[in-house]
Each structure stands twice: as structure tokens, then as C-alpha cells.
Design a protein around this ligand. Sequence first.
Ligand SMILES: Nc1nc2c(ncn2[C@@H]2O[C@H](COP(=O)(O)OP(=O)(O)OP(=O)(O)O)[C@@H](O)[C@H]2O)c(=O)[nH]1
Ligand SMILES: [Mg+2]
Ligand SMILES: [Zn+2]
Length: 281
Amino acid sequence: MKKDKQYVTDIAAVGDIVEFNMNADGTGTIFKIAERKNYLSRKAPRIRGASYRGERLEQIIAANIDLLMVIMSIKLPDFNNKTLDRFLVTAESSGIPSIIIINKADLDEKNEITKWKELYEKIGYPVIATSAIDRTGLDEVKSHLPNRKTLFWGQSGVGKSSLLNKLFPGLNLKVGDISTYTLKGKHTTVTSHMIHVGDNTFIIDTPGVREVDPYGIKKEDLPHYFTEFEEYAYNCRFNTCTHYHEPGCAVIEAVNSGKISKERYNSYLRLLDTIEEDINF
Ligand SMILES: Nc1nc2c(ncn2[C@@H]2O[C@H](COP(=O)(O)OP(=O)(O)OP(=O)(O)O)[C@@H](O)[C@H]2O)c(=O)[nH]1
Ligand SMILES: [Mg+2]
Ligand SMILES: [Zn+2]
């Protein structure tokens, strides 16, 4: 199996359904991985200090997922919509539905969550403001979980483990100390865990990521993963339009008239740029 899969960092991932043999010493040996209904992945992070600039491997985050909860925080670390869009594009490209959680609502003194909630709900993503401190939004989060395998994913320090501990007392997941967010690169959760929390109900806590570079997305496919572009893209003069500089671009027109948000369009351009530099294809 190791010989077959040279382009991924791990052969099996959390969420996989596997067949294995028990060994005499109590360990197991996987000999078969069932076909995945879906999986979420990204480009494996660059190794710091490495001079090698070749192809980056695919890192599987989880397999067979019913729902992705993208966890962001409004402060500590600051909310960054470009980061959020990278998570959403990754999920769209895998056909996995997403819900956005904006945590640390207790720190939202300037009421910034409202603007982002409006923007993303208009596109069609449910947004839940939460706080692991004062329990805002926890019931709403919980209402989405039954009969599903839900992945909690996001940057380090946003509060994934804290929220799960509050949702399911007794989990006792390790939570970062109060200064976690300032110590760049400190990751409290270090491996992914799937936990059975109810009848046919599973949650997966994951280690925070610093950045998400979607794996295997082609330039011409990127617009499909910004789902609100679709209805306008249909009217672009060229059907190969990348909505960047082409004349007669209906997406750019929609941005100018405020039908598509500038924030989302700028995210799109940034990602398009990243893909162009890519040497994966
Ligand atoms: N003010 C505030 N702090 C929070 C909230 N949720 C979590 N925190 C704090 O944020 C820090 C990081 O929380 P964690 O739950 O460890 O974050 P994580 O997303 O699991 O981080 P990794 O495991 O590194 O990916 C801790 O100090 C928590 O106490 C919240 O709703 N409000
Ligand atoms: Mg954690
Ligand atoms: Zn266009």
C-alpha cells in the first residue's frame, strides 16, 4: 500500500473505514482502506528551512465527512476573511457542506461579527457566533451534529477544542493556555481524533493549521468554488473567462455593482494568483 500512494503524506486518515489484522502484541496492521465517499485535503506544509522547491504532497485532513464546521475567531487571532475563503474553497472542491463558526464572540466589542455573518449568509453559508466562555451559540452548533460525522477545522488557537469541551462535558480535550494565540506555531491539539458522542454521531477535533493551500485545484475550476459567482459567470463573453482581466466579464460587473462582495472577489484573485505560481500541474 505504501508503494501505491506516493503522493500523499499518509495512507489512511481519520474517518477512513479500514480492515485490519490484530497482531499478537495487541497492535493492528491495516490491509485495506474502503473507498472514500469524500475527503478533505490540503497541500502539505512546506518544511521550514528546506530549499527543495518541488512538488508538495497532498495531506489528507479527514475522510468520509458529512459536515465541515470551519472555526474562526473574531479576535485572538483576528478574523481574516481570506483565510476563511481558503477553508471554504477546499470544502467546496470536495463537495462537503460547510457551516462557519465565529468564536470568541465575548471579545467582539465592536460588533464586527454582524457584518461577516450577513456577507456569508447571503452567499448561503450558515454562520453561528459562539463563545466557549459565555456559551453563546452552543445549542445552535449542537443542533447540526446528530446523525453526522462533523469535522471541526480551523487555525490554531481559535477554540476548536474549547468549544467541543463545552458541547460535550467529559471529553477533556487539551486546551491551550491563555497566551496560545500569541505564540506563533504553538499547536495544542497535535493529532486528529474522531469521538463517538451519540447515536450515529461523531465529531473530529483536529490540530490547528497555519495556512490552507488547496490541493489539486485547477485555475479554470476555481470560480466554481466561489459559488455566488456562478449565476453571473454564465453571462461572461468568453466561456473560458477567469474573471480577472477579460473584456465582457459579468463577474467583474457584478463586483462593481455590489452584487458580489469585493472581499470575496479579492480572495478569489489572491487564490488565482497562488494557483498560477503552482507547479503541481
Ligand atoms: N475569550 C475567549 N477565549 C476563548 C474562547 N474559546 C477558546 N478560548 C481560548 O483560546 C485559547 C485556545 O483555545 P483552544 O481550544 O486550545 O484552541 P484550538 O483551536 O483547539 O487550538 P489548536 O488545538 O492549537 O488548534 C485558549 O486559551 C482558550 O481558553 C472564547 O469563546 N472566548
Ligand atoms: Mg485544539
Ligand atoms: Zn468573467
